[in-house]
Write a protein that binds this ligand. Structure first.
Ligand code: KIV
Ligand code: ZN
Length: 516
């Protein structure tokens, strides 16, 4: 009988701490729903004390998620714990994750607290969090560089105070697998009340070892792993959920644990996070990269055709790669459309939303004859964006001209708070000209930090998904758009980002304060 390995996803918290990866409340809810569908056990929805927007996002996730525990992060201070407690209150199952640094360098240079004061504060924080929920996680921040005796002391005290999960963060990604695994072994052997809590690993990828370190921790007794979709996270990122889960699932002969993750949802989650944050996935990325299951070399192809297991250790379908079969076309009716969406787990709240999506589907089918599952997913994401975001700027018309040897130009008509305005501009390409024309109308004074395009399916008639990142006065937003025409998709993404500026706030960072 295998032990259950708890999957704690922190895409919405540590993932969002990645510079430029900020997400709106609606985007967080969309990702959280996908995580729930994937059967993630715990969703860390954010740091509620960071800003009113973060509080609202955690609360919104807590309201809609039913099957996963919703967690809020809090430093070991009254304000943070109260905010986290209130934000998770609507959840079916809620958790507070409180932390304080325990490494000599953090205690001395950042907190300016003595070890005794840190133990006292940790105990206080866990007890205070227990006033809101009996599901309390405690992290000794920078555990990977903390002294073992002190770590044992603070963890024992935190468990006595009521912590039910003890998370061991390798905050700066300094550890190597044997060492990190051995740390778990020692903690579990030496802490007298260790059996009263679940031990968890939280690794950063600065040396490219986050997944390996997490797996070593699992081998030595960790029963929760903290991870993010696509390994998003501070600096080089966190443990990639898809890699960790598939390593455990594929090597059931080796690991004494398994997760409850519904792996066919992995690719959808990866695409959703990549599209929302604008962080694209490298083609050779394990599990979710475009080449992860592609067999280029003739020898490999021959082997795979003769017997799949010669070169494949996992089945592409098991992580959500479809066989790219055409699923719908121009003549498909509303019922076929609805049925396929239901099979993909996509539901609409109202009949009107389904009708709107069907109109979009027909428009798309006129331009693109074969519609794949990926197209349907992109189409619905695009519809969601327009429905959910507060749109004060709308794209009404777009005309571009490009001719070899001539300067590309664009003419854009926008509806701005209901008033239609048109502008034309030239640029180094049609996308550049389009963005300049938009700027002539809105004069947003933002700077473009990122622009990326990816195709949803193969072929030149594919839908293009675009991401745009804009910055203004320290605030960063990401916009998305999709269309078979990439200039239109780009304009949609740019406008989507502009529409988000009203909601974007400068947030406090949970780990960068001098004292608590
Ligand atoms: O990396 C880290 O130490 C963290 C803590 C807040 C758990 O993210
Ligand atoms: Zn972290």
């Amino acid at each position: 009988m295998k032990d259950h390995l708890i999957i704690f996803d922190t895409t919405l918290r540590d993932g969002e701490q990645s510079p430029g990866a900020s997400m709106t409340k609606e985007e967080k809810v969309r990702i959280a729903k996908q995580l729930e569908k994937m059967r993630v056990d715990v969703i860390e929805a954010g740091f509620p004390a960071a800003s009113e927007g973060d509080f609202d996002s955690v609360q919104a996730v807590a309201k809609v998620i039913k099957d996963s525990t919703v967690c809020g992060l809090a430093r070991a201070v009254e304000h943070d714990i109260v905010k986290a407690g209130l934000a998770i209150a609507p959840a079916n199952s809620g958790r507070i994750h409180t932390f304080i640094a325990t490494s000599p360098i953090h205690m001395e240079m950042k907190l300016r607290m003595t070890p005794d004061q840190v133990v006292e504060r940790a105990v206080w924080a866990v007890k205070r969090a227990r006033d809101f929920t009996d599901n309390v996680e405690f992290s000794p921040e920078d555990a990977g560089r903390s002294e073992l005796d002190f770590l044992c002391r603070v963890i024992e005290a935190a468990i006595d105070a009521g912590a039910t999960t003890i998370n061991i963060p390798d905050t700066v990604g300094y550890n190597v697998p044997e060492q990190f695994g051995y740390l778990f072994k020692q903690l579990l052997e030496r802490i007298p009340n260790a059996d009263k809590a679940v031990f968890s690993a939280h690794c950063h990828n600065d040396l490219g070892l986050a997944v390996a370190n997490s797996l070593a921790a699992v081998t030595h007794g960790a029963r929760q792993v903290e991870c993010t979709i696509n390994g998003l996270g501070e600096r080089a990122g966190n443990t990639a959920l898809e890699e960790l889960v598939m390593a455990v699932r594929t090597r059931q002969d080796y690991f004494a644990v398994d997760t409850r993750i519904h792996t066919p949802e992995i690719l959808t989650a990866s695409r959703l996070v990549s599209n929302i944050t604008g962080f694209s996935v490298q083609p050779n990325k394990a599990i979710v990269g475009a080449n992860a299951f592609a067999h280029e070399s003739g020898i490999h192809q021959d082997g795979v055709l003769k017997h799949r297991e010669t070169y494949e250790i996992m089945r592409a379908e098991d992580v959500g790669w479809s066989t790219n079969k055409m699923v719908l076309g121009k003549h498909s009716g509303r019922n076929a459309f609805k049925t396929r969406l239901q099979e993909l787990g996509i539901e609409f709240e109202t009949e009107q939303q389904l009708n709107d999506a069907f109109v979009r589907f027909k428009e798309l089918a006129d331009r693109k004859h074969e519609i794949y599952d990926e197209d349907l997913q992109a189409l619905v994401t695009d519809a969601n964006i327009e429905r959910v975001e507060n749109e004060s700027i709308r794209l009404v018309a777009l005309k571009v001209a490009a001719e070899m040897g001539e300067q590309p130009s664009a003419t854009v008509t926008l509806s701005l708070e209901g008033q239609e305005l048109t502008a034309s501009a030239v640029g180094s390409g049609v996308v550049d000209a389009t963005f300049k024309a938009i700027e002539q109308i809105v004069n947003s004074q933002t700077s473009l930090e990122l622009y990326s395009v990816s195709n949803v399916t193969n072929g030149t008639d594919s839908l293009g998904e675009t991401s745009v990142r804009l910055e203004k006065g320290g605030r960063i937003v990401n916009g998305q758009g999709s269309d078979t025409d990439i200039v239109t998709a780009s304009a949609k993404a740019y406008i989507n980002a502009l529409n988000k500026f009203s909601d974007a706030a400068i947030k406090a960072h949970p780990q960068r304060q001098e004292t608590v």
